[in-house]
Design a protein around this ligand. Structure first.
Ligand SMILES: Cc1cc2nc3c(=O)[nH]c(=O)nc-3n(C[C@H](O)[C@H](O)[C@H](O)COP(=O)(O)OP(=O)(O)OC[C@H]3O[C@@H](n4cnc5c(N)ncnc54)[C@H](O)[C@@H]3O)c2cc1C
Length: 392
C-alpha cells in the first residue's frame, strides 16, 4: 500500500471541502481532498443558488471572487406571495444587507479551477474511503484509486462528505445525538434557459401548495413546486410543471413568463437533521455531513461555508499559534449558528407549505402569521435578518 502524508485530510469535494482546502492552501497549510465521484459528476449536481454576504466574503478570502463579482446578481429584496397577494421584504432598506444569486455549481467550478491552478492535490474517484485512528493523535485515511490501495497519514480529518458520506458513520453511534424532522412533501425543481419574469426570488404560499420562483442568472431560471413525496419526475412533463407553477405564482407573474424546456428536473425530499457534536477526536464534521436543512430558507450551502470558517480558524490557530483552543470550541461555535438556521428554515417551511394533514386550527394560525408578516415591518425585519444570514 503506497502512502503519503498531509496536515489535513479532507473527505469530499463539495462546496465545504473545496472551500476549506482553498482557505488552508492560502494560509500555507497542506491539505489533500479525497472525493469519491468525478469532477464532472460533482459539477452536474444542481442545488443551491443564494449566497449570504458571509459566504461571499469567504470566497473572496479564498481567492475565487473574480467571476462571482462579474456575473452574480445582487438582490436587495425578496418577495412573499400568499394566494397571489405579494409583499416585498426589502432586505436592504430593513437591515442594510443584500443576498447574492450565484449557482452552487459555479461556485464549485471556481473553487475546483483555483485548486487545479495552485497545484494542490485532489484525488477524484477515490473508492472505499475509510477513516482510521480518529480517536488518537495520528489519524489516517485509506482508499482505493486506479485499482491501488493507498494510505493518507494526517494530523486532522475534515469530514465534508455530505449526508451519506463515510465520516459521520465512522463516529461511534453512542457518541452522537441526532435530531430529525421529516416533512411530508418534496420539491420538484426545474432548471431552464429562459430569462426570469421576476427581479427577485418569490416564495409562494398558495392553496395548491408552495412554489419558488428563483433564478441562477439573467438568462437561467430555477423554479420549484411542492409535490407529494411519492411523486416521480417522469409524472411531470415540462408542460405539466409550467402549468402548475403558473397557477401557483398567479396571473400577474404568469403572463410575463417565457417558457423553455427543462435542462434539469429533480425531486428533493425535505428534512431537518442535526448530529452533534461536530467533533470526535481528530475528526471534524462540516456542512451536510453534520446537518441538513430544508431549502426554504436558502441556508444549506451557507451553513457549510460558516462551518468551514470556524474550522479554518481552529486549524489555523493550531498550526500558527500551536493552540487547540479554537479547535476545541469548533463544535459549540458552529452548532450555535446551525441551530439558528435550522429554526429559521423550519419556520419558513412551516409557514409557506401546504401540509397534507393540517387541521383547521393550524391552517388559521398559519394564515394569521402570514397576515402579521405582511402588516408588520418588525416581523419583516426579523425575516430579513435571518434570510441574509446571522453574523459569523
Ligand atoms: C437536491 C438538493 C437541492 C438543494 N437546494 C438547495 C438550495 O436551493 N439552497 C441551499 O442553500 N441549499 C440547497 N441544498 C443544500 C446544499 O446543496 C448543501 O447544503 C451543500 O451542497 C452542502 O455542501 P457540502 O460540501 O457540505 O456537501 P455536498 O455538496 O453533499 O458534498 C459532499 C461531497 O462528498 C462526496 N462524498 C460523499 N461520500 C464520500 C466518500 N465516502 N468518500 C469521498 N467523498 C465522498 C460527495 O460525492 C460530494 O461531492 C440542496 C441540496 C440538495 C440535495
Amino acid at each position: 500500500m503506497s502512502g503519503v502524508r498531509t496536515q489535513v485530510a479532507i473527505i469530499g469535494a463539495g462546496p465545504a471541502g473545496l472551500l476549506l482546502g482553498q482557505l488552508l492552501h492560502r494560509a500555507g497549510v497542506d491539505a489533500v481532498i479525497l472525493e469519491q465521484r468525478t469532477p464532472e459528476y460533482v459539477l452536474s449536481r444542481i442545488r443551491a443558488g443564494v449566497l449570504e454576504q458571509g459566504t461571499v466574503n469567504l470566497l473572496e478570502q479564498a481567492g475565487v471572487g473574480k467571476r462571482l463579482r462579474a456575473e452574480a446578481l445582487t438582490h436587495g429584496g425578496v418577495e412573499i406571495a400568499v394566494n397571489h397577494r405579494r409583499r416585498r421584504i426589502a432586505l436592504q432598506d430593513l437591515i442594510g444587507k443584500t443576498v447574492t444569486v450565484y449557482g452552487q455549481t459555479e461556485m464549485t467550478r471556481d473553487l475546483m479551477d483555483a485548486r487545479k491552478e495552485c497545484g494542490a492535490t485532489s484525488v477524484y474517484e477515490a473508492e472505499s474511503v475509510q477513516l482510521h485512528g480518529i480517536d488518537g493523535t495520528s489519524p489516517s485515511v485509506t482508499y482505493t484509486h486506479d485499482g491501488e490501495q493507498r494510505r493518507l497519514e494526517c494530523d486532522f480529518i475534515a469530514g465534508c462528505d455530505g449526508c451519506h458520506g463515510v465520516s459521520r458513520r465512522s463516529i461511534p453511534q453512542e457518541k452522537l445525538t441526532s435530531y430529525e424532522r421529516v416533512y411530508p412533501f418534496g420539491w420538484l425543481g426545474v432548471l431552464a434557459d429562459v430569462p426570469p419574469a421576476w427581479d427577485e426570488l418569490i416564495y409562494v404560499s398558495s392553496e395548491r401548495g408552495f412554489a419558488l420562483a428563483s433564478m441562477r442568472s439573467a438568462t437561467r431560471v430555477r423554479c420549484y413546486v411542492q409535490c407529494p413525496l411519492d411523486d416521480h419526475v417522469e409524472q411531470w412533463s415540462d408542460e405539466r410543471f409550467w402549468d402548475e407553477f403558473k397557477l401557483r405564482v398567479g396571473p400577474e407573474v404568469a403572463v410575463r413568463m417565457t417558457i423553455g424546456p427543462s435542462i434539469e428536473k429533480s425531486i428533493a425530499p425535505l428534512r431537518s437533521f442535526v448530529a452533534e457534536p461536530l467533533r470526535f477526536g481528530r475528526l471534524y464534521l462540516a456542512g451536510d455531513a453534520a446537518h441538513i436543512v430544508p431549502p426554504t430558507g436558502a441556508k444549506g450551502l451557507n451553513l457549510a461555508a460558516s462551518d468551514v470558517f470556524y474550522l479554518y480558524e481552529g486549524l489555523l490557530e493550531f498550526y500558527v499559534e500551536r493552540s487547540s483552543r479554537a479547535l476545541d470550541e469548533y463544535s459549540t461555535r458552529a452548532l450555535h449558528r446551525v441551530w439558528q438556521a435550522v429554526r429559521f428554515s423550519w419556520w419558513m417551511t412551516t409557514l409557506l407549505h401546504h401540509f397534507p394533514n393540517e387541521d383547521a386550527f393550524a391552517a388559521r394560525v398559519r394564515a394569521a402569521e402570514l397576515d402579521y408578516l405582511f402588516g408588520s415591518p418588525l416581523a419583516q425585519r426579523v425575516l430579513a435578518e435571518n434570510y441574509v444570514g446571522l453574523p459569523l
